[in-house]
Design a protein around this ligand. Structure first.
Ligand SMILES: C[S@@+](CC[C@H](N)C(=O)[O-])C[C@H]1O[C@@H](n2cnc3c(N)ncnc32)[C@H](O)[C@@H]1O
Length: 234
């Protein structure tokens, strides 16, 4: 029997100084205490060489494991909007989230970046999302948000991805978002020449990514982190 839309569970949040959300369920923060926006730019945008890649292509698709506060999405949207209009390609951002934040929690998490408020206002006109696939147009970018376990939903996505943001909390706290089977699904949904970036350099995650077919490199990590990983599907 159809029971209507099922709403996802709420995340278990605590707040650290500076409006940094901490998950008591996964024992990790949603973004770096040392600067969320800078971490996103360094790890995910620079790690995937997005500034160059937004130019000179017909269309670009980003995939993300863990939508969280939306910070990665808004930093990406901002970078895309700053690309000269006549050169920038249409952008689709596909993200997976098991526990969507409430509108109020997103507002609080993004308070440090008032420049994102207009983007957030746009998104929150249709919030909260329902279980399964949701589609939004935010300032010209298509956001496809899949609510539920990425392990179940990723195989249901028809699109292939140019660049992945692997952002599923510390792997030791959330193995389910870094396991071999999911990395294999990520690889299968990556275009030839596509890439991934992640802040973790955990050995078992690196081996999973190599084993499924990515060429993996270690780079200097953000802030005080020694290393992070990037890779390509060659
Ligand atoms: C580090 S946070 C992501 C931060 C986010 N990218 C941002 O910009 O704020 C990790 C996210 O992964 C989500 N998550 C954890 N397990 C998941 C799963 N199995 N499937 C989908 N999302 C999951 C968490 O709820 C959390 O929002």
């Amino acid at each position: 029997m159809f029971k209507g839309y099922v709403m996802a569970d709420a995340p278990k949040l605590e707040w650290e100084e500076g409006n940094v959300p901490f998950s008591s369920q996964f024992n990790d923060t949603y973004f770096s205490r040392a600067g969320g926006r800078d971490e996103t730019s360094y790890v995910f945008l620079a790690g995937n060489k997005l500034t160059e890649r937004f130019l000179g292509t017909e269309a670009f698709v980003i995939g993300e494991l863990g939508f969280g506060t939306g910070l990665n999405f808004f930093v990406t949207l901002d970078a895309w909007l700053k690309t000269p209009h006549e050169h920038r390609c249409p952008l689709t951002f596909i993200s997976y989230e098991l526990y969507p934040l409430s509108a109020q929690d997103m507002q609080q998490a993004l308070k440090s970046w008032p420049e994102f408020q207009p983007y957030l206002d746009d998104l929150l006109t249709c919030w909260p999302p329902k279980d399964g696939w949701n589609s939004y147009d935010v300032q010209g970018v298509t956001l496809k948000l899949a609510v539920g376990d990425a392990n179940d939903l990723l195989p249901t996505c028809a699109e292939s991805v140019d660049a992945w943001y692997l952002d599923g909390f510390n792997p030791s706290q959330n193995k389910a978002l870094w396991e071999h089977a999911l990395m294999e699904a990520v690889f299968c949904k990556t275009k030839q020449g596509g890439s991934f970036a992640t802040y973790t350099a955990a050995g078992w995650v690196r081996r999973n990514l190599q084993d499924v077919g990515f060429t993996v490199r270690r780079l200097k990590g953000f802030g005080r982190k020694r290393e992070m990983l990037v890779g390509t599907r060659d």
